[in-house]
Design a protein around this ligand. Structure first.
Ligand code: SF4
Length: 304
């Protein structure tokens, strides 16, 4: 398999990513958590600033949650920022600020799952590990023709094959370089709905390319597939300013967007009848007479 070619391609084009310039386990933890659900382009604009503000586990663990949330601004999905802070607190209090050396030990830390633990081992330490997320599962399923349903089952199967030396075996290469190159491939040429195989350094080895079944891998889920439905929310935001201060409230732990600050808000109308986030406005309102702006969060199209 042309893994060396793949790694050369990745090192030529992607070594300037900020988290690849100076390697530490802490930097890997921060970048990997940022990169879950946020694009490389956005993380590039935030990673170095975050590390300047919190250069190590200790500074992150001793910061207030609010300081971390402020530094996370622009990356979205703030639950990850709170999770990152909790991981740093745990590592400082239970492990004297040192990272455990195996994936299994790392997974004992609340907030670290198989993906992050393998990313820390493979990318942070350059030791044997395979950080399998949706990107890697797609690339590896195509490469080896693995006919398993995408998601946890396929990820578990890939890790089993990796542990048993049945995939990526017989190569003397850097696990850091391998993981990063596979990630680069999944982000560029080997995307979910488009495979640009002619440009791919692995095309001569790839099962899906050879059988012309690129988009058939990984297998789609057959049962229990959730259809995500979009909802429209009309909200009334109440702006109260007094003595140069704006009235806001902090959202509690179990609420949607927990930990963030929000103006007092009422629901004018919602197509999501299950939404219990805000109280309902009980009087008629001429919405057209109010200033309006549109935003969107996950499945909600919001008219404020
Ligand atoms: S040859 Fe095509 S399907 Fe195979 S790994 Fe490369 S881009 Fe993906």
């Amino acid at each position: 398999m042309s893994l060396h070619k793949l790694i050369q391609w990745s090192e030529k084009d992607f070594t300037d990513l900020p988290w690849r310039k100076k390697r530490t386990l802490y930097g890997t933890l921060v970048s990997e958590i940022m990169l879950q659900q946020t694009t490389v382009g956005t993380v590039k604009n935030h990673f170095e600033k975050f590390l300047q503000r919190f250069p190590d586990l200790q500074s992150l663990a001793s910061a207030s949650e609010e300081e971390v949330i402020v530094a996370w601004k622009g990356l979205g999905y703030y639950r990850r920022a709170r999770n990152l802070k909790k991981i740093s607190e745990h590592l400082v209090s239970e492990y004297k600020g040192k990272f455990p050396s195996t994936a299994l030990e790392l997974q004992k830390i609340p907030g670290i799952g198989p993906y992050t633990s393998h990313a820390l081992i493979a990318i942070g330490k350059d030791a044997r590990g395979l950080a399998v997320d949706a990107n890697l599962e797609r690339v590896i399923a195509r490469l080896y023709g693995l006919e398993f349903e995408k998601g946890p089952k396929l990820q578990k199967k890939i890790l089993e094959l990796f542990e048993a030396d049945e995939i990526f075996s017989g190569f003397n290469l850097s696990y850091r370089a391998l993981n990063e190159a596979l990630m680069d491939l999944g982000r560029t040429f080997c995307q979910a709905r488009k495979a640009s195989c002619e440009l791919c350094p692995l095309k001569t080895d790839c099962h899906a390319f050879k059988t012309k079944k690129q988009l058939s891998f990984p297998l789609e889920k057959t049962a229990g597939k959730k259809v995500s439905q979009e909802h429209e929310l009309h909200l009334l935001r109440i702006l109260i300013i007094s003595k140069n201060k704006v009235l806001v409230y902090k959202k509690s732990e179990n609420e949607w967007l927990s930990g963030q600050y929000e103006l007092p808000t009422l629901v004018i109308s919602s197509t999501d009848k299950k939404l219990k986030q805000y109280p309902q406005l009980e009087t008629e309102l001429a919405e057209s007479e109010l200033k309006q702006f549109k935003t969107g969060i996950t499945k909600y199209k919001i008219i404020n």
